[in-house]
Ligand binder design. Structure first.
Ligand code: PXP
Length: 238
């Protein structure tokens, strides 16, 4: 079954709005685990506007399920992940001021930049994933860099799903088949929700993991975190 990693950035945003420790990020991460999530994802940004670097160190001590850290591979970010040694690091090409990830890597243009970084992470026994758009050329580029996985950027899928889900999924199926052929595993994330998740994982059943933040936390406001996680896990049943 495709695994669910809950991105808890939004919990940190809410906490930071008042400067105290409410909601308690660590307690939420542990509750996600208790409610059946397979993993926790965080995306520390250089300005630490949601997840702080210190949160990442604390989370590492308190989470037992899979820990995935996303981010742009600055030296500071790499120092952090090499210290924490999470199960997985997902590299994204975001400029420091990006509101959220808004494009995948150009794996051809960044090949020389990414190869030594991927090698460093793999030498530290950390599984690597590269955030990419669903384009065969970018998947081939990712394979040439030597990453273990790619994370397909699903914003376009989510956007076009509403109009025509069959066309929306097409490039993702093609890119996924290419990745499979090249021996790379696949994750997916961005704008996934209770409407579009099931179709994605039934059309591409070999997706290893989805990481979901925004919609899941919004749903939890109405449905509660326990119920919401159960509903997302249910969508992942094929
Ligand atoms: N994957 C990556 C690389 C991201 O940057 C984000 C957002 O932080 C997500 C997945 C999750 O996206 P969403 O919050 O829309 O579920």
């Amino acid at each position: 079954m495709t695994k669910l990693s809950v991105n808890i950035n939004k919990i940190a945003t809410l906490r930071n709005a008042r400067g105290g420790n409410n909601p308690d990020l660590i307690a939420v991460a542990r509750d996600c685990e208790r409610f059946g999530a397979d993993g926790i994802t965080v995306h520390p940004r250089p300005d630490e506007r949601h997840i702080r670097y210190s949160d990442v160190l604390e989370l590492q001590k308190h989470t037992r399920i899979e820990f995935n850290i996303e981010g742009y591979p600055s030296e500071r970010f790499l120092d952090l992940v090499l210290q924490v040694k999470p199960h997985q690091v997902t590299l994204v090409p975001d400029p420091p001021d990006a509101i959220t990830s808004n494009a995948g890597w150009d794996t051809l243009e960044n090949k020389e930049f990414l190869i030594p970084i991927i090698t460093r992470l793999k030498d530290a026994k950390i599984r690597t994933s590269l955030f990419v758009d669903p384009l065969e050329t970018m998947v081939k580029g990712a394979a040439a860099i030597g990453t273990d996985r790619i994370e397909l950027y699903t914003e376009r899928y989510a956007h076009f799903f509403i109009q025509d889900k069959y066309n929306a999924i097409k490039p993702y199926k093609v890119a996924s088949e290419m990745a499979k052929k090249l021996g790379i595993q696949i994750n997916a994330g961005h704008d996934l929700n209770l409407q579009n998740l099931h179709f994605l994982v039934t059309e591409i059943p070999f997706i290893q993991e989805v990481s979901i933040g925004h919609a899941l936390i919004c749903d939890a406001l109405y449905l509660g975190l326990e119920n919401t996680i159960a509903l997302y896990l249910n969508q992942l049943q094929k």
